[in-house]
Write a protein that binds this ligand. Structure first.
Ligand code: FE2
Ligand code: FE2
Ligand code: FE2
Length: 166
């Protein structure tokens, strides 16, 4: 690790966080009746996402799709096996209810992500890939292949509220 690669990694983390923070602030600005402020937050959020991706590319961390899938599997697996179980335990010990729910939802969904990425690795070798849209729960992020009948298995939201990702 050079100083610059450390700095790129730190800048990637910071810009990624700014992107999500501004997006959340934009939604709050809409609720508070400030649509113009919401627009500004959304525009800046988009710009921060571009900065984040530029930093990641400069780090050399965007590779072939096969390598990227493996990196994604490794990241999700770390969250499922190590990170979230520890975070959930600590949040329960400190009786931080909202944190417990937030960590548990993410934990459940990262397991699904890991499985979906593993499936995608198998599909890469196949000649004709099955075409399917993914549907995402707007509350917990549960990710489903195709439209979901019934309720989200993680948070109970009706499947018709899910966001279809093309
Ligand atoms: Fe930025
Ligand atoms: Fe994930
Ligand atoms: Fe959900």
């Amino acid at each position: 690790m050079t100083k610059t690669s450390d700095n790129l990694a730190a800048a990637f983390a910071g810009e990624s966080q700014a992107n999500r923070r501004y997006q959340a602030f934009a939604e709050q600005a809409e609720k508070d009746g400030f649509p113009q402020v919401a627009k500004l937050f959304r525009a800046a959020a988009h710009a921060e996402a571009i900065h984040a991706q530029n930093h990641l590319k400069a780090l050399g961390e965007v590779k072939s799709t096969a390598e990227n899938l493996q990196a994604a599997i490794d990241g999700e697996n770390y969250e499922v096996v190590s990170m979230y179980p520890e975070f959930i335990k600590a949040a329960e010990e400190e009786a931080q209810k909202r944190a417990v729910t937030s960590f548990k939802w993410a934990y459940e969904v990262e397991m699904v992500h890991e499985a979906l990425y593993r499936k995608a690795v198998e599909m890469l070798g196949k000649e004709s890939l099955p075409q399917v849209d993914y549907y995402v729960c707007p509350f917990c992020g549960y990710t489903h292949e195709g439209p979901l009948e019934g309720r989200c298995p993680v948070c109970g939201t009706p499947g018709e509220k899910f966001t279809r990702m093309g």
